[in-house]
Design a protein. Structure first.
Length: 227
């Protein structure tokens, strides 16, 4: 993902945009830390890339157990984009949130994506979910909440953009399974070779790279459009 690394570096150095991703959940083990306050150092503090040390230990133990059993597990990676400029995206065909979803769903093993409150928003009323605007002490228009996840009408509004990416368990496992051979006969098989019991830690930089490429694409469109 060299293009993603270059885009991420440019966005950070030239536009002060910070893109972070971390493992939020593996199996049923989930962290509930404030994603607005995490740092790269927190994420890289352990091999599972979960900034919550207590839950990270549980995740590592669980993955090691599955490795011995020849099984696998999926999970969720949280992505956060800080300091994104206002006005990235389009209201219909090139919505920023839609393009982020497309880029994440293009990653191998990804089976789900949500942004902002996502599926959790269905349990809220409109009066609760609406992000009300106000003027902060610096005279800038801000929102009191951020259930929209930093995009409204497909366009970035200046708040932090946050999303979740769901990864399925690795399909290739060493446990015995059933399949059908070319002759239509049901047979048993066991996969061999080196296969990760969980791809989440290795997928963290991929999620960051895909987010960077998407943002860079929209930034370039904005530059051209503003001329």
């Amino acid at each position: 993902m060299a293009a993603g690394a270059i885009a991420k570096k440019y966005l950070r150095e030239k536009l002060k945009i910070e893109i972070l991703a971390y493992v939020e959940q593996i199996g049923n083990i989930k962290t509930d830390i404030d994603f607005n306050k995490i740092t790269k150092k927190d994420i890289e503090s352990n091999i599972v890339r979960c900034p919550d040390k207590k839950e990270a230990k549980k995740m590592i133990d669980f993955v090691n157990k599955l490795k011995k059993e020849g099984d696998s597990v999926g999970g969720v990676i949280r992505g956060v984009i800080k300091n994104a400029p206002i006005g990235l995206g389009e209201p219909v065909f090139d919505r920023l949130n839609a393009d982020l979803g497309k880029s994440m769903l293009s990653i191998n093993a990804v089976k789900g994506f949500d942004i902002g409150s996502g599926f959790e928003g269905i349990g809220m009323l409109g009066s609760e979910h609406n992000d009300q605007f106000f003027i902060d002490k610096n005279g800038k228009v801000k929102t009191k909440t951020n259930f929209s996840g930093g995009t409204q009408g497909g366009i970035s509004n200046g708040e932090n953009i946050y999303f979740r990416v769901a990864f399925k368990p690795v399909a290739t496992i060493s446990k015995e399974q059933l399949t059908v051979d070319k002759n239509g006969k049901v047979v048993k098989f066991k996969a061999s070779g080196r296969h990760d019991p969980c791809v989440l830690p290795r997928a963290v930089p991929i999620v960051e790279a895909m987010a960077a490429i998407t943002l860079m694409d929209h930034w370039l469109r904005k530059i051209v459009g503003d001329r």
